[in-house]
Write a protein that binds this ligand. Sequence first.
Ligand code: F6P
Length: 341
Amino acid sequence: MRIGVLTGGGDCPGLNAVIRAAVRKGEQTYGHSFIGFRDGWKGPLEGLTMPLDVAATRGILPRGGTILGSSRTNPIGVDGGIEQIRSNLSELGVDALIAIGGEDTLGVATRLSAEGLPVVGVPKTIDNDLGATDYTFGFDTAVQIAVDAIDRLHTTAESHHRVLIVEVMGRHAGWIALHSGLAGGANVILIPERPFDIAQVCEYIEHRFASHYSPIVVVAEGALPAEGTMALQDQGVDAFGHVRLGGIGAVLEREIGDRTGKEARATVLGHVQRGGTPTAYDRVLATRFGLHAIDAVHEGESGVMVALRGTDILRVPLADATRELKTVSLERYEEVEVFFG
Ligand code: F6P
């Protein structure tokens, strides 16, 4: 078999580990050959390829990013996009595709497999918001990066008696904020699932200062104030129609400063959370996903995604992967509220 591999959407530590594992087992155990598609769905759409074999994947296990490149190209939004992909794959002699991506990339994979193209999906996102899998690789690394930053911010916040606000990624789901805030001992955690009351946030802050400690606020980029309480700016959208977020930290900085009279400063972690080497946990999960994905392709499966359930890797219908976003439940959020203030 000749198998195409692509990585789509925002990059994520562990992508290279998936590629390496699938290629190693595919070539060594099953005798398959591979072709790399560059820059997400743009690769199959425009016929952008690169050689992919065991030699090309040597040494990439600890490397962040993706050797294949990524993009947010959406072929479904391109006129004749699906037919273009079908004809490119057939010209290149590709029998099956492994698509590694999040909600958007796997949404395209679902559509292609429904159109009869053999695709196996691998879930990826630092946001950990895909419903069909307990965890996605990249999440653990992103949380660790955020916790390292929060640990450092605590000491400088204390020295200057400031409120330090840490803006982390998470447009619809607050998993990174919840886990990093909990592990980093934040005094307030704000997530998209729970619109916040700025007056309550300021109360927590005052309370923290009253106990002679400086507050740390962790806020997910998609967190929103409860209706009518604070104004936010308009933002642009990407190819999948997602609003480009970022900026809630700066808004909070102003608002908290004005309301409490304390000096507030925001740190936006941004793409730092997606860069660099994956943690050991993410390397193991990504490698296992790669191994199970190539097994699925070898067995002739299509329209499935590998998923983590407990400690096992299972195959689930691709359609399930994107059906529901896994968001933070009220119970999970209430669990950590005891540490607020
Ligand atoms: O989907 C993953 C993610 O990291 C989100 O948390 C974030 O909103 C988005 O990607 C930002 O990606 P980019 O700036 O690359 O478009």
